[in-house]
Write a protein that binds this ligand. Structure first.
Ligand code: FA5
Length: 331
């Protein structure tokens, strides 16, 4: 009997001192569980004389019931505080302003491309597209490259088979249009081109070109100049001037390279933009076009040069590195 009172007292003291419901769970096991101290006392009953058994059993059960009551009460009182602490930890302040999702923006090259679409579209040119994996025929052969012409080395590229390659110039689209349409023609394309090129500040292995051409009666270099003047003013402002210098491309005769200058940029220095000229009669004849009646101009340009010029970007590798700090500045 003495022992029961001792265990009970010890247990009540421990329960009162417990600081958390977890601790109480342990105490529950320690005293009231299957292997608990009070439960253990009950087992002593077998060693007692028969007349003492009922009294002893009753005392243990009473102690157990009382302990259970004390324990339950303590659990209740600690639970409230613990819940409050948990709520506090997980509290969401609904009055805080929300996080604005970061919206993307159009890539600086896309901005230039959009502008070119707008300008050439307004002048009546129709958009045409060709594949990036192009036939040798359209990229070189039909563009009047004589066999083994050194100009093909200049644009040495990634051949996939003997007859297919990653196109080196947007001009390849010309032959695809000639195959399905007859003059009068006004078309342009914008797309990726590829060259086996040593990469530096002004050269990439993958870059964008615009190619544009027109075939109609009486088309001359004056139309070419007028179109390029309009394009230059739209891209760089009214003061932009276009300069032609003789150059060679197998698919034009005469051929020129052209540069742009405006007082606002690079102190009016000439910046080369691309090549141009009158479409070679061999090409028109191959396409079944009467060269007595029709003539045409063509020009091509590198898209990267436009934002480089407009914003003074001095390294075109920036365009494809996807550095947010660079891209965020435009648009
Ligand atoms: C051509 O590609 C001709 N197809 C252009 C043309 C079209 C001439 C129609 C006549 C008639 P070229 O190789 O010069 O020409 O390239 C044209 C422009 O593409 C260059 O002026 C330059 O702006 C750009 N470009 C060429 N190579 C690279 C390169 N590796 N990286 C970035 N831009 C380039």
């Amino acid at each position: 009997m003495q022992r029961i009172a001792e265990v009970e007292e010890k247990a009540v003291a421990a329960i009162s001192a417990a600081a958390s419901t977890d601790e109480l769970k342990l105490l529950d096991q320690q005293y009231l569980g299957k292997k608990g101290e009070l439960t253990g006392l009950m087992r002593l009953i077998g060693t007692l004389p028969p007349e003492d058994k009922p009294q002893f059993g009753g005392a243990v059960n009473k102690a157990k019931a009382r302990l259970q009551g004390v324990l339950d009460a303590r659990v209740e009182s600690l639970k409230g505080g613990e819940r409050a602490a948990q709520y506090e930890k997980e509290r969401i302040d609904v009055t805080l302003p929300g996080l604005t999702p970061q919206a993307g923006r159009e890539h600086v090259l896309q901005l230039a491309i959009n502008r070119i679409h707008a300008v050439l579209g307004t002048m009546g040119f129709e958009y045409a597209e060709g594949p990036e994996l192009e036939d040798f025929k359209y990229n070189f052969d039909w563009l009047n490259y004589p066999e083994d012409h050194p100009a093909m080395d200049e644009q040495d590229t990634f051949y996939i088979t003997d007859d297919t390659l990653l196109r080196t110039q947007g001009t390849a689209v010309q032959g695809r249009v000639f195959e399905i349409e007859k003059p009068p023609l006004r078309h342009y394309s914008i797309g990726r081109t590829f060259r086996n090129e040593t990469v530096d500040r002004t050269h990439a292995h993958t870059f964008f070109q615009v190619d544009c051409f027109m075939v109609d009666e009486g088309v001359s270099m004056a139309h070419l100049k007028g179109t390029l003047d309009t394009l230059a003013s739209a891209m760089f402002g009214d003061e932009a001037k276009v300069r032609f210098r003789p150059d060679f491309f197998p698919f034009v005769e005469p051929g020129v390279d052209y540069a742009i200058s405006t007082p606002k940029l690079f102190g009016g220095k000439w910046v080369e933009l691309g090549g141009a000229g009158m479409i070679h009669p061999n090409i028109l004849r191959r396409a079944g076009i009467d060269t007595e009646k029709y003539s045409g101009f063509a020009f091509g340009l590198g898209v990267e040069r436009i934002p480089m010029m407009a914003w003074g970007i001095d390294d075109l590798r920036n365009f494809l590195e996807n550095d947010q700090r660079f891209l965020e500045q435009f648009g």
